[in-house]
Design a protein around this ligand. Structure first.
Ligand SMILES: [Zn+2]
Length: 117
């Protein structure tokens, strides 16, 4: 089975790379898109991911955090502040790590769809 172009560009975006060539950087900052790929010149900055990345991040993290909250709630020997601090820190770190990757993947998907119409 052949890998679809949008899947390749999504994987490139997930790694923060240009969806067109997979070499240039997709982001100029943490979440700021570069206007164009420095390697192949693809205008990746024109792709608007809008509210998709935070929405997807919450969708992916929500069930995981719910499960972790249940696990933490059962460990009554741990102090409450420790459980709350641990969950809060995990949620923040996980969201910050996921957000640019999800945004990159979404831009990659949109880039792949653009070509095939
Ligand atoms: Zn490129």
């Amino acid at each position: 089975m052949a890998v679809s172009p949008s899947r390749i560009s999504a994987l490139r975006g997930l790694r923060g790379r240009c969806p067109a060539c997979g070499k240039g950087r997709l982001f100029a900052g943490y979440l700021k898109q570069a206007p164009a790929c420095a390697d192949c010149g693809a205008a990746t900055g024109e792709i608007e991911a809008e509210d998709g990345p935070p929405w997807l991040t919450v969708l992916l993290l929500g069930p995981l955090l719910a499960a972790l909250t249940l696990i933490a709630a059962r460990h009554e020997t741990w102090p409450l502040w420790m459980r709350l601090a641990g969950l809060g820190a995990f949620a923040i770190v996980a969201a910050l790590m996921l957000l640019p990757r999800i945004k990159g993947a979404l831009i990659g998907v949109l880039w792949g769809m653009r070509g095939s119409g």
